[in-house]
Design a protein around this ligand. Structure first.
Ligand SMILES: *[C@@H]1O[C@H](CO)[C@@H](O)[C@H](O)[C@H]1NC(C)=O
Ligand SMILES: *[C@@H]1O[C@H](CO)[C@@H](O)[C@H](O)[C@H]1NC(C)=O
Ligand SMILES: *[C@@H]1O[C@H](CO)[C@@H](O)[C@H](O)[C@H]1NC(C)=O
Ligand SMILES: *[C@@H]1O[C@H](CO)[C@@H](O)[C@H](O)[C@H]1NC(C)=O
Length: 412
């Protein structure tokens, strides 16, 4: 462990300072990424003309997502499987193995993306791996810090994406990217999909009146937050909202969070630096107290999960018995899954039309998975139209659902 210790009472200030430093670093200089260093691209120029020059953007074209995919030690294979399941050349991907993973695993993941992985990843260069694992504990604000840093890097690396999607190694998509891009084509790109409520219930005392200290903010290994004895009053400068920690943020709102165009994002960082499970409240509170963004809020996270009765800290692990409900749910992603769970294979087969070693076929890569000269084509080597998508039934259904729920905006 490197000496980065600070007295716990400084944790809030440390978060603030660390965040600003991280964000400034990420936005002003080269972010510490393991993929596609500029030296490589200059030594091995891609064969002309680069496929990326054929991209067309704008309101009449499919949108683009930026995926923040986070895992911990041992998660590299799951992160790669998830990346294959959500890959599309229009999107951007930032993979993060937190401080629970060894540097060696992080390097191997970057290597898998850079040279051993799919030809498409090399061609479109839209996958990056964070070079340093942030220390996080999901019970504390360190997760918010990591997501904001990820957002800053993604904003810098991808000038075109429309929405930021947060995923973990335990998540899996319920629809193809052709379906998802098609479904989101129908709504304004300013919308934010954030599950929220102002009804705090038991959380009022347990989460907001109690103060915690999250050592992951100032140490370089994952560490559990601990409670402080103090109790604080509910704030009166803003109203607290809480909800699902899984969000889909518009580019504009992500910029608002990262660049802090006004005071509120920073003020709330100070407050949430000492709040348990900040990831369930930071974005909710920020957006619902921002007059410019409140009306862009759609109250859903588009995720499927199942809670035990009584609910545990995590939703239950999904298996085949959840399959039909999951498919019927109109969600875009589901969680949690165990590594290599048989139900993932079923989802690959029936929902994504993907073999375990393939990317998901789409208009951009029409031959994937089709037999050619007696052989299955496992890699996408010839690109189709990267500016078009062809939805299946699931995409049509998701589009109707998203259009419908998007009519109801604002915070309640
Ligand atoms: C905070 O949010 C509530 C509810 O959306 C709103 O009434 C209030 O004006 C907001 N506060 C600020 C400072 O914007
Ligand atoms: C948000 O919606 C409310 C109620 O529909 C409306 O009064 C207000 O002007 C809207 N604000 C913005 C910034 O669009
Ligand atoms: C699925 O998980 C539930 C618990 O959530 C368990 O009761 C059930 O037996 C499991 N089913 C299969 C097919 O593994
Ligand atoms: C899922 O939807 C189909 C068709 O709408 C329906 O027949 C089936 O009963 C549903 N399954 C579950 C588990 O809700």
């Amino acid at each position: 462990m490197r000496p980065r210790r600070l007295p716990p009472c400084l944790a809030g200030a440390a978060l603030f300072a660390a965040l600003l430093l991280l964000l400034l670093h990420a936005t002003s200089s080269n972010p510490p990424l393991l993929s596609w260093p500029s030296s490589i691209s200059s030594r091995h120029p891609p064969p002309p003309p680069p496929a990326s020059s054929r991209f067309e953007w704008g309101p009449s074209r499919p949108p683009s997502f930026a995926y923040w995919i986070s895992g911990t030690g041992g998660d590299a294979p799951r992160v790669l499987r998830l990346l294959r399941a959500v890959y599309h050349p229009r999107n951007r991907y930032l993979l993060h193995l937190d401080a629970g993973a060894a540097a060696e695993e992080r390097r191997a993941l970057a290597e898998a993306v850079r040279s051993e992985g799919e030809p498409a990843w090399r061609e479109f260069r839209n996958v990056d791996v964070v070079g340093e694992g942030y220390a996080v504990d999901r019970a504390g604000p360190s997760v918010v810090a990591a997501v904001l840093h990820g957002a800053a890097v993604l904003l810098r690396r991808g000038p075109r994406w429309d929405w930021l999607v947060t995923l973990s190694a335990e998540d899996y998509p319920l629809v193809t990217q052709d379906d998802l891009l098609y479904a989101f084509s129908s709504v304004s790109r300013d919308l934010n999909f954030i599950d929220h409520t102002s009804d705090l219930g038991w959380k009022r005392h347990e989460r907001f009146e109690k103060i915690i200290v999250d050592p992951s903010l100032y140490m370089d290994r994952n560490s559990e937050p601990f409670p402080s004895k103090e109790i604080r009053q509910m704030p009166d400068a803003f109203q607290i909202f809480t909800g699902s920690p899984w969000v889909i943020l518009s580019r504009k709102f992500a910029e608002h969070c990262v660049y802090g165009l006004d005071n509120l994002p920073r003020k709330l960082l100070m407050y949430f630096a000492n709040t348990a499970y900040s990831m369930e409240s930071y974005f909710q509170t920020l957006i619902c107290n921002s007059s410019d963004f409140r009306n862009t809020t759609v109250n859903t996270d588009l995720r499927y999960f199942v809670w035990d009765d009584p609910p545990g800290l995590d939703p239950v692990v999904l298996n085949e018995s959840n399959y039909q409900n999951m498919v019927n749910s109109s969600a875009a992603f589901a969680r949690r899954f165990e590594e290599d769970a048989p139900v993932l294979k079923k989802m690959d087969d029936e929902l994504l039309n993907r073999s375990p070693v393939q990317l998901v076929p789409g208009v951009w890569c029409p031959n994937l998975g089709k037999e050619q000269m007696g052989m299955d084509v496992d890699s996408c080597l010839k690109w189709g139209d990267i500016n078009a998508v062809r939805p299946g039934q699931a995409g049509q259904r998701l589009r109707r659902y998203i259009s419908e729920i998007s009519e109801n905006r604002g915070c309640r």
